[in-house]
Design a protein around this ligand. Structure first.
Ligand SMILES: [Mg+2]
Length: 272
């Protein structure tokens, strides 16, 4: 991975012969810094202002906010019209005339709902564990748990999943200090990014440079889909770790700085 700067973007825009962008932005850890409690991850005024400026000029950019969060939670946190919101790692999408729920996701609610209830009950006695019911997926956050409690929680979770797993295709994915429970549907952020890229392209026929910013393992599938079509950017301090992203930025402040440059037109500064 190489550090992303304005000159790289200028060069890529020139190569694509376009000034129009399709920006994919993950939320936690990308637009906002990672915080102890997910409910406290808030957009800064400056970032909100930049996103709002994009929303008023779709010729310049179409913005997709893509997250593991529940769609309604994501929309509430950002609250800007004219963006496309993607929740639950791509299982649901909304905005700019689009309304999508993965056809198999709704049915999974039948077993995710009782599982969420059971997990909340079981984990009530384990300090630092937070169960979040996001309807189409579940998250178990363990950032605030002591190491011994993480081990205990992992064992408990496995037992609960084994009980439900017999009746469903439930599966577990790992994020940053979070376990994500999915209903086994083979559809991730990469599939959602491909779907949107093709849809947007078909709709406005304008050539757009896709740029994807994300910080977590769940963003890797999208990096793989978009790395040959545009720019893929991992937000990380661990720049030696393997990633399908071509570029990196160190934190959400770095992302904001790049977005600000893009919102003002062709970004200035830096060496390619
Ligand atoms: Mg993230």
């Amino acid at each position: 991975m190489r550090l992303l700067n304005a000159a790289v973007i200028r060069k890529e825009l020139g190569r694509c012969q376009t000034g129009a962008l399709l920006l994919f932005l993950d939320y936690d850890g990308t637009l906002t810094p990672i915080v102890n409690r997910p409910e406290r991850a808030k957009l800064t005024k400056a970032t909100r202002k930049i996103l709002a400026s994009f929303s008023s000029d779709s010729k310049k950019a179409i913005v997709v906010v893509i997250s593991g969060r529940d769609l309604s939670d994501l929309k509430k946190r950002i609250g800007i019209k004219g963006l496309i919101y993607v929740g639950n790692h791509g299982l649901e999408m909304e905005g700019r005339g689009l309304r999508f729920v993965h056809p198999r996701a709704r049915a999974s609610r039948l077993f995710l709902k009782p599982l969420a209830r059971r997990l909340k009950r079981e984990f009530a006695a384990v300090a630092g564990i937070q169960v979040e019911d996001k309807r189409l997926t579940l998250s178990i956050h363990y950032r605030r748990a002591a190491p011994a409690n993480v081990v205990r929680a992992r064992r408990l979770l496995q037992r609960c999943m084994n009980d439900v797993g017999k009746k469903s295709q439930i599966c577990l994915k790992h994020g940053k200090k979070v376990w994500e429970i999915h209903s086994g549907i083979s559809w991730d952020k990469g599939d959602a990014a491909r779907y949107l890229e093709q849809r947007v392209f078909k709709k406005d026929k304008q050539k757009r440079l896709p740029i994807y910013f994300g910080d977590d393992l769940t963003d890797e599938s999208a990096f793989k889909v978009l790395r040959r079509k545009g720019l893929t950017v991992r937000v990380t301090l661990k720049t030696q770790e393997p990633s399908a992203a071509q570029f990196y930025l160190r934190n959400s402040a770095g992302v904001r700085c790049i977005l600000k440059g893009l919102s003002r037109g062709t970004p200035k500064g830096g060496k390619a």
